[in-house]
Design a protein around this ligand. Structure first.
Ligand SMILES: [Zn+2]
Length: 339
């Protein structure tokens, strides 16, 4: 088959690779219904992770099981499944505590920007639906695999509550899903920090009540103004840069909580500043597995439409253009059609 390989920064190719096969008895092979490009794929694409050599790309996926290893019990060929980008056994102490992304056996999905993919730890990772979803459900189901699950975790980690106030820092796909999650979890006031008209519109569609276009000290002052000088009790940091973390801390009220899901690049925290700010913080790779059955249920009931975050759809063979469009910020998130 053909699959997506990153050869060097900026050099993504759709080229022939060996077909995936069962390597361990706990593996499953799925036929992808659709896949997509993650904001985090842009780090190696831009050469910012220091990797070298060709690597398989893609960790967001949904599709139909075609084969399972001898030890797999919970999914079977023919079932439609969604899985987390974090692969976990879902039985170890960390999984049982709801932190599947710190599973004792954790692995990270790769190779999903392809027509077929191997999913290790299938029992703990894949969630099957009762029947095959309609075609129009696929983008929404796909979103649950990472981008929605990560935005959801940002809101949960930030302790968004009914009637509360949330600020979302970052208007990328994860930030927009953070807005959706804050809305679903009952926040009354959702302030999205965004400078781009198309993203502002999407943020409003997902439930933002206010938009703050300013950044830095001005952005913090604007949020303070909107919150009676107090700041927000829940802040979702969905970028991972020093400036965005500073923004998150600046808008969080004392006793408030910051959920941070942007992989930190160049972020360092000042102990004394943290101490006197009195902020709770929880972040990390999202334990999507904890939320997946609930999120898939909300999608199937039609109560959320996270797939609206995909503003570019391309055939998988044009994956290189998908990366380019996201790198140049012409697209928020690219869905790749598997024809
Ligand atoms: Zn585990």
């Amino acid at each position: 088959m053909k699959a997506t390989i990153l050869h060097a920064p900026g050099d993504v190719r759709y080229e022939t690779v060996p077909d995936p096969r069962i390597e361990k008895p706990t593996d499953a092979i799925i036929q992808l219904s659709a896949t997509c490009i993650c904001g985090s794929d842009l780090w190696p694409y831009r050469g910012l992770n220091g990797e070298s050599g060709p690597q398989h790309m893609g960790h967001e996926y949904c599709g139909v099981v075609v084969e399972v290893g001898a030890a797999v019990r919970t999914v079977k060929p023919g079932q439609f499944v969604v899985g987390s980008f974090c692969l976990s056994d879902n039985t170890c102490p960390h999984c049982a505590y709801g932190f599947q992304s710190s599973c004792e056996q954790v692995e990270f999905m790769t190779g999903a920007q392809a027509p077929y993919a191997r999913v290790p730890l299938a029992d703990g990772t894949l969630v099957a639906t009762a029947e095959m979803p309609d075609a129009e459900m696929i983008p929404h189901m796909l979103a649950a695999s990472d981008v929605l699950g990560t935005g959801w975790y940002a809101a949960v980690a930030a302790q968004v509550r009914k009637g509360g106030t949330a600020v979302v820092v970052g208007d990328g796909a994860v930030g927009l899903m953070g807005v959706l999650a804050a809305k679903e979890l009952g926040a009354e006031r959702i302030i999205a920090m965004s400078r781009h008209a198309s993203r502002q519109a999407l943020a409003r569609a997902f439930g933002a009540t206010d938009i703050v276009a300013e950044r830095g000290a001005e952005g913090i002052a604007r949020v303070k103004e909107l919150t009676g000088g107090v700041g927000a009790e829940s802040v979702l940091e969905c970028v991972g840069m020093a400036a965005s973390m500073e923004q998150a801390m600046g808008v969080c009220r004392p006793g408030g909580t910051i959920g941070y899901v942007g992989v930190p690049h160049g972020v360092s925290l000042d102990g004394q500043k943290l101490f006197f700010a009195q902020h709770r913080m929880l972040g990390g790779p999202a334990p999507v597995c904890r939320f997946l059955p609930d999120l898939m249920d909300r999608v199937l009931k039609g109560s959320i439409q996270p797939g609206k975050v995909f503003d570019l759809t391309l055939p998988l063979a044009q994956v290189a253009e998908g990366y380019k469009a996201m790198d140049e910020r012409r697209a928020i998130k690219t869905l790749l059609r598997v024809d």
